[in-house]
Design a protein around this ligand. Structure first.
Ligand code: FMN
Length: 363
C-alpha cells in the first residue's frame, strides 16, 4: 500500500496532503502504518474488533491487556491477527503481577509493538520486550522521565495530558507538548489527551510530534463493542461532564481518573466521607480505610462498558467527548481526522504563500 494520504478525501479537498505525510513520516515508519494515528488502548473497549478496525483503516490499533492473564491475552492477540494483517500493538500495565508472562505471551505471538503504561518500567522488562524484536513505546509523564526512558532504550514515547479519559496525570497536553517536544529528538513522540479533531493533530505535528493517540473519539465507533448505553452517554455528554475523581482527604489518596460525572461519582464522595468518619472514630485503621476507598471502583469500568450500567459504573471519558456526536465507522473517524489535519496544514501553507506574495507596505 503506498504510504500516501489520498488527495481528495470524502470530508474535503486537500491541496497538499504531502505535508501531512512528511510531518508524521517518523511516526508512520515506527508504527508501519499509513497514518500516525494511534487508537489508545482502552480497557474492555480495545479488543479484537476495534483494534483490527483501526489498523485496517490505516491507523494503529492497540489491545488493552488490563487485567487479562497471559492465556487470555494470547487468545486476544491471535483473534486480532485473524481480523487484520496490518500492524497493531499490545498495551501492558507495568504493575500487572504477571507482567513477565504477558511479555512472554507477546513474544510468542510475535507482537510487533508493545506499549507499557502505568509507571516507569524496570530495565529488565524493557530488555525482554526489545529482545523479542518488538518496538517499545512508553508513556512519559514529565521531561525528566522522557529523558530517562530514552536512555533506557525505548523506541518511542507517548505524552498524555490530563484532558484524556481514564487514569490521568496533573499536567495538560498543551503544556507537556511544549515542555517535551522541543527537547526530545532521539525518538518519535506521540501526543495524547483531549484530541478530537484533525486540526489539533496538525498542530501537534507542527510542534514536533510524530503522531497522535486518541481514545475517547473511538469509543463510539461502529466496531466498538461498548454497550449502546455507554455509547449514548458519550454522544450526550459535553466536555465539562468528563471530570476527574474527587479526593476528600490528603491522607487517603485517590488515583485521578477522568470519567463522566454520574451517580457513582457522587456516591464515591459519600463513600470517602463515611470511611474517613469510621477511621476518625477508630473503627478502621488507615490501611483498611484506604482499601475500602480503593475497592469502590473495582469492576466499575466493566459494569459500564459491557453491562451498560452508566450510572453505577465508571464511564471513563476524556474532555474530547463533546466532539463525539454520533456512532460512526472507524474508517470514517480516521478519514475525518486525516482530512481535517491535511486541510489545516494546507490552509496555513496558503496563508504563508499569500503573505509572502503581498507587497510590503513600508516599501
Ligand atoms: C474508557 C477508557 C479506558 C482506558 N483504558 C486505558 C488502559 O487500559 N491503558 C492505558 O494505557 N490507557 C487507557 N486509556 C487511555 C487511552 O489509551 C488514551 O491514551 C486516551 O484515551 C487518550 O486521550 P483521549 O481520551 O482524550 O483521546 C483509557 C481511556 C478510556 C477513555
Amino acid at each position: 500500500m503506498p504510504n500516501e494520504t489520498p488527495v481528495a478525501l470524502r470530508h474535503g479537498q486537500v491541496r497538499d496532503p504531502g505535508r501531512l505525510d512528511r510531518l508524521w513520516r517518523r511516526g508512520t515508519a515506527l508504527l508501519g502504518t499509513r497514518y500516525a494515528i494511534m487508537g489508545g488502548a482502552m480497557s474492555w473497549v480495545s479488543e479484537r474488533h476495534l483494534v483490527a478496525a483501526i489498523s485496517n483503516a490505516g491507523g494503529f490499533g492497540v489491545i488493552a491487556c488490563a487485567a487479562m492473564g497471559p492465556a487470555r491475552l494470547s487468545e486476544e492477540i491471535a483473534a486480532t491477527k485473524a481480523l487484520t494483517d496490518l500492524p497493531f500493538g499490545v498495551n501492558l500495565i507495568t504493575m500487572h503481577p504477571e507482567l513477565d508472562d504477558l511479555i512472554e505471551a507477546c513474544a510468542e505471538q510475535e507482537v510487533s509493538h508493545v506499549v507499557l503504561a502505568g509507571g516507569l518500567p524496570r530495565a529488565q522488562a524493557i530488555g525482554r520486550i526489545k529482545g523479542s524484536g518488538a518496538r517499545l513505546l512508553c508513556f512519559a509523564p514529565a521531561l525528566s522521565l522522557a529523558r530517562k526512558l530514552v536512555r533506557m532504550g525505548v523506541d518511542a514515547l507517548i505524552i498524555e495530558g490530563m484532558e484524556a479519559g481514564g487514569h490521568v496525570g496533573p499536567v495538560a497536553t498543551s503544556v507537556l507538548a511544549q515542555e517535551i517536544l522541543p527537547e526530545i529528538g532521539e525518538v518519535p513522540v506521540f501526543v495524547a489527551g483531549g484530541i478530537g479533531r484533525g486540526e489539533a493533530i496538525a498542530g501537534y505535528l507542527e510542534m514536533g510530534a510524530s503522531g497522535c493517540q486518541l481514545g475517547t473519539r473511538f469509543v463510539c465507533a461502529t466496531e466498538s463493542i461498548a454497550h449502546p448505553a455507554f455509547k449514548r452517554a458519550f454522544i450526550r455528554a459535553s466536555a465539562r461532564d468528563a471530570q476527574t475523581s474527587v479526593q476528600l482527604d490528603a491522607r487517603f489518596p485517590v488515583i485521578p481518573v477522568r470519567a463522566l460525572a454520574n451517580a457513582a461519582s457522587a456516591r464515591f464522595i459519600d463513600c470517602q466521607r463515611q470511611v474517613i468518619a469510621r477511621y476518625q472514630g477508630g473503627e478502621l485503621d488507615m490501611k483498611a480505610a484506604q482499601l475500602e476507598i480503593e475497592r469502590f471502583w473495582v469492576g466499575a469500568l466493566r459494569r459500564a462498558v459491557i453491562d451498560g450500567d452508566v450510572e453505577g459504573g465508571s464511564v471513563m471519558a476524556g474532555q474530547s467527548v463533546g466532539m463525539v456526536t454520533a456512532e460512526q465507522s472507524t474508517a470514517d473517524i480516521i478519514a475525518e481526522l486525516v482530512s481535517e489535519a491535511a486541510a489545516a496544514l494546507a490552509r496555513r501553507g496558503d496563508a504563508a504563500e499569500s503573505e509572502a506574495a503581498a507587497p510590503d507596505p513600508s516599501e
